[in-house]
Every structure is written in structure tokens, then in C-alpha cells.
Ligand binder design. Structure first.
Ligand SMILES: Nc1nc2c(ncn2[C@@H]2O[C@H](COP(=O)(O)OP(=O)(O)O)[C@@H](O)[C@H]2O)c(=O)[nH]1
Ligand SMILES: [Mg+2]
Length: 363
């Protein structure tokens, strides 16, 4: 399962946002066992309107969305890479995630102390990014001596050494790995290092409820930074999300409307996190359930089947598949078949975004 780590300075709203994510997941859990694995790890459904449409076509008893795991990572402060705050414990946590959600405080509130005294997302982002870069630098330093020795006799080690030397120069300037212009091959050579600044990132700007519809000058500043880094920005209000949970379902729409928005930003955040990693969704649908499955882009049919069960991959024969939009346009599986829109595909078929799949397999 995809894992995203929530990072940011203290008091920016990380835990508020995390709790809202988990509370919403629990509320949605009527037909699926969502859970909090650990106090700071939560499993969240990826919202997808196509599921409702398919469930209607198939008269499915239940809908099962695909999921993302969020981890509330505390302890990132200035000096974390040198052991301040929770230091190394924090760094171990974050090395295991696939993507980073960086929460940036873009709301003013005199009652809630800002660790650096004022609202300044540009400075805050620099602080965090520098800590991450320094942690990566320490990681590279630990590795380079050994590679230097190996490089005397190994061509492969020579290649790695060159990359590590470039990493040291750029990380020293606080530059994240994802901005260093490495080729895929070069990235593979250093993949085992688990460098934090090589992970894809989303900036979640946490704004006050009054700014949710319009954004504010701080959000604009974050957008500028993100544009340079090729990163995404989502506007959320952790406060609004926390209040929404407390309201009865019937009153939520009105509350959001009074703020001039359709939602508090949580859904966009989940969706953006999912898309950040180039993940694809395919569906299975029938009277029992309509379900979304996550695959990496480029996966062939047997691999996609293997996401459901390893037996499906091992015993794969063929897949019957129809594009989501073709099925919706015809309104029923039989109608789609009559029109020749349901194809029979073999082992080489690359599963496409939104494919509705039925696998034939030997047990
Ligand atoms: N006004 C306002 N307060 C917020 C918002 N998000 C979080 N807070 C408050 O800020 C304080 C710190 O939030 P918390 O989520 O614990 O921050 P963390 O240290 O990043 O985990 C809490 O008192 C929250 O209620 C927000 O969007 N607006
Ligand atoms: Mg917290």
C-alpha cells in the first residue's frame, strides 16, 4: 500500500489534519474495515466518483475504494538532523514512506504559538528542506568511504562514487535530490540509500476557514516555491476539517457553503497524494461488490491480477476488459458486449487507467 508521511514544523496543523483523515475514514467504514494501525498511522479511502457509477450499473451490494496510508510524523524541528527533537526516530519513520505531504502553516492565530514567531511559509519550507537535505548528507557520508574503496576495483562502484560526490556538493547547498536532474539509471544506483529529498512531495497549505475559498498571500508564496520544484500544492483547512467531523452529516453542506467551498480540501489532498506517484486504478464490478485496485503504470494484465491475489497471477489465462467510459456509455455489461466493446486480452496487455477487468485463471 502507498504510504505518505505528513511532515512540517510543530504547530502547523499536522495532527489536526491527520485526525480528520482518520475520523473521516472511520465514518466511511460502514462496509469496510478501516483502521488506525498505530496511533500515528491511518488508512484512508481514495475518493473516486467512478465507483458509485459502476456500483449502480452492477447493482453492487458494496463499494470498496482503494486506500492510502498516512503517517503523522512528529519531531521535525530545526536541528532534527543533528538529533534535536525526536531526531533520528523521526528520520527512520520518514525513510519508509513513498511520498511526503509537507504541511505549511498559512493561518494566523495568536493563541497558537509559531515555533519561529511569525507566519512565513518560505522560511518554514527552507527550514524543513534543509533538515531533510542534511539528513541525506549524513546518509551519503556514511556510504561514501566504503564505495571509495570498492571503486578501485569495481566499475559499478566508480559510477556510484561519481553520483555520491555530486550529491555531497548539491546537498551541502540544501538542494533536494529530486531537483538534481539525475537520470532514472542514476536514481536506481542510489535507491537503497532511501534519500528523503528524492521522494515526491505535496505542499499542503493550511489556511484559516476565511481563506479556504480564496487562498491568501502565503499560499501564493508556497505556489511559487512548488512551481520551481515541480511539486504540487493543495489548499486545506485542518480547522474546518476538524469542525466538519463534529457536525451531523446533514449540516456539513451548509457549513461548507457558508465558507464558499464544496469541501475542506481533504479529498483533494488524498487524491493528489495518490496521483503523485503515477498510480493507476482499475476496477472489478459485480453484484457482490464494485472495487478499485491500485497498480503501477505500465503493469500488464497478470501483474494487475496479482494485486488481487497471487493465485490470479500464477494461473492467469486471459482478461475480459472494457474501458470505464465505454461501459458507462452503454449502461450495462451485456450491452457493452453486444457492441464489441468488451475485449479479451492476454498476458501482454498493459492495463489502462479506468479499465474494468474480469480475470480468467486456473487454480
Ligand atoms: N485557527 C486554526 N488553528 C489550527 C488549524 N490547524 C491546526 N490548528 C490548531 O493549531 C494547534 C496545533 O495543531 P496540531 O495539529 O497539533 O499541529 P502539529 O504540531 O503540526 O501536529 C492546535 O491547537 C490546532 O487546533 C487551522 O487551520 N486554523
Ligand atoms: Mg502533531
Amino acid at each position: 500500500m502507498l504510504r505518505a508521511g505528513i511532515v512540517g514544523l510543530p504547530n502547523v496543523g499536522k495532527s489536526t489534519l491527520f485526525n480528520a483523515l482518520v475520523a473521516n475514514a472511520k465514518a466511511d467504514a460502514a462496509n469496510f474495515p478501516f483502521c488506525t494501525i498505530e496511533p500515528n498511522v491511518g488508512v484512508v479511502a481514495v475518493p473516486d466518483e467512478r465507483l458509485d457509477v459502476l456500483a449502480k450499473i452492477s447493482s453492487s451490494d458494496q463499494i470498496v475504494p482503494t486506500r492510502v496510508e498516512f503517517v503523522d510524523i512528529a519531531g521535525l524541528v530545526k536541528g532534527a538532523s543533528k538529533g534535536e527533537g525526536l531526531g533520528n526516530q523521526f528520520l527512520a519513520n520518514i525513510r519508509e514512506v513513498d511520498a511526503i505531504v509537507h504541511v505549511v502553516r498559512c493561518f494566523e492565530n495568536e493563541d497558537i504559538i509559531h515555533v519561529s514567531g511569525s507566519i512565513d511559509p518560505v522560511r518554514d519550507i527552507e527550514v524543513i528542506n534543509l533538515e531533510l537535505a542534511l539528513a541525506d548528507l549524513a546518509q551519503v557520508d556514511r556510504r561514501i568511504d566504503r564505495v571509495r574503496k570498492q571503486a578501485r576495483s569495481s566499475k559499478e562502484a566508480q559510477v556510484e562514487l561519481e553520483i555520491l560526490e555530486k550529491l555531497i556538493v548539491d546537498l551541502n547547498e540544501g538542494k533536494p535530490v529530486r531537483q538534481m536532474g539525475f537520470t532514472e539509471e542514476e536514481m536506481n544506483a542510489i535507491a537503497t540509500l532511501g534519500l528523503l529529498t528524492s521522494k515526491p512531495i505535496i505542499y499542503a497549505t493550511n489556511v484559516s476557514e476565511d481563506d479556504l475559498a480564496t487562498g491568501n498571500q502565503w499560499v501564493e508564496q508556497v505556489k511559487q516555491i512548488a512551481a520551481q520544484e515541480n511539486a504540487q500544492v493543495v489548499v486545506v483547512s485542518a480547522q474546518v476539517e476538524a469542525e466538519l467531523i463534529e457536525l451531523p452529516q446533514a449540516e456539513r453542506g451548509e457549513f461548507l457553503e457558508s465558507l464558499g467551498v464544496e469541501e475542506g480540501g481533504l479529498k483533494s489532498l488524498i487524491r493528489a497524494t495518490y496521483e503523485l506517484l503515477g498510480l493507476r486504478t482499475y476496477f472489478t464490478t459485480g453484484p457482490k461488490e464494485t472495487r478499485a485496485w491500485t497498480i503501477q503504470s505500465g503493469m500488464v494484465a497478470p501483474q494487475a491480477a496479482g494485486v488481487i491475489h497471487t493465485d490470479f497471477e500464477r494461473g492467469f489465462i486471459r482478461a475480459e476488459t472494457v474501458a470505464y467510459k465505454d461501459l458507462v456509455a452503454t449502461g450495462a455489461m451485456n450491452a457493452a458486449k453486444e457492441k464489441g466493446l468488451v475485449r479479451s486480452e492476454g498476458k501482454e496487455y498493459v492495463v489502462q487507467e479506468g479499465d474494468v477487468m474480469l480475470f480468467r485463471f486456473n487454480v
